[in-house]
Write a protein that binds this ligand. Structure first.
Ligand code: OMP
Length: 277
């Protein structure tokens, strides 16, 4: 999917919501445990209940890999289900990969060839040759960690060099030598507030993947105020705040209601982008 298609989907659905499929066997409703594949059954119900309200799904690999082979099978089935039934959805494999070049090439092969997923999250710490193997595929995206939502973002990302440049700013600047905004996005946590202003000075046109609303308490309004650009430029993720709001047989309905609330706020925020077209 290219940038224009993504923006068209955002306008059509009046949403830039990404539903995070962080599916934990210990958190799903009990009645699903009798299913042959409870993780997939849960995901399928959540996807069917939310697909018209969001433009992306982000399964986080940790949740699947923690279950070994069974988890990987549920992950593959989930990706296939989205692609077969909701082909307009942008799929993000949240894997936070990155290694020496020939190893990154194998990660890229997994997500882009074997599974044909749209994008993968990548850690920038090992530099250019750890990221470029992911950039050799047409119509596939690298989503590079820039300024994350967690407290630990202060340990490295927000530290300054002798010239006053912060590490996340160096990541944003340097990585633009490897790919432009039709192949690369950046992760910026919704908890980072006004930092979006600084980020937009360096990457005005890029899409940003923004996790951290909902369970982590980030403000959607603030993210939009400082981070939205003329093509929206935001994919905002919520995982626990949508998929775990109810643990009864009505969990999917409740997830839909939670997604509807976020989508309504997004539709409001999008007015200024759409009206300026
Ligand atoms: O790359 C990510 O998606 C990510 C980056 C970041 O800075 N913070 C962050 O929370 N995430 C992921 O986004 C999701 C957030 O989940 P909730 O806090 O439950 O909405 C999890 O899958 C996290 O691993």
């Amino acid at each position: 999917m290219d940038k224009q298609q993504l923006f068209e989907n955002i306008k059509r659905k009046k949403s830039f919501l990404c539903v995070g499929l962080d599916t934990d066997i210990k958190k799903i409703p009990e009645h699903l445990l009798k299913e042959e594949d409870p993780i997939f059954a849960f995901n399928k119900a959540i996807i069917d209940a939310t697909a018209d309200l969001c433009i992306a799904y982000k399964p986080n690999l940790a949740f699947y890999e923690s279950m070994g082979v069974k988890g990987w099978i549920a992950f593959e089935k989930t990706v296939k289900y989205i692609k077969d039934n909701y082909p307009d959805q942008f799929i993000i494999a949240d894997a936070k990969r990155g290694d020496i070049g020939n190893t990154s090439a194998m990660y890229a092969r997994t997500f882009f060839e074997e599974l044909d997923i749209d994008s993968v999250t990548v850690a920038p710490y090992m530099g250019e040759d750890s990221v470029t193997p992911f950039l050799t595929y047409d119509n596939k995206w690298v989503i590079l960690l820039a300024l994350t939502s967690n407290k630990g973002s202060h340990d490295f990302q927000l530290t300054e060099d002798a010239n006053g440049e912060r590490l996340f700013e160096k990541v944003l600047r340097k990585s633009q030598e490897w790919a432009n905004d039709d192949r690369m996005m950046y992760v910026v946590g919704a908890t980072q507030g006004r930092a979006f202003e600084d980020i937009r000075k360096i990457v005005p046109d890029h899409f940003l993947l923004v996790p951290g609303i909902g369970a982590q308490g980030g403000s959607l309004e603030e993210v939009c105020k400082y981070g939205m650009n003329s093509t929206c430029g935001l994919i905002v993720n919520s995982s626990r705040g949508i998929i775990y709001v109810d643990k009864t047989e009505k969990f999917a309905e409740a997830a839909r209601t939670a997604a509807q609330e976020v989508q309504a706020q997004m539709a409001e925020q999008l007015k200024r982008v759409i009206n300026n077209q």
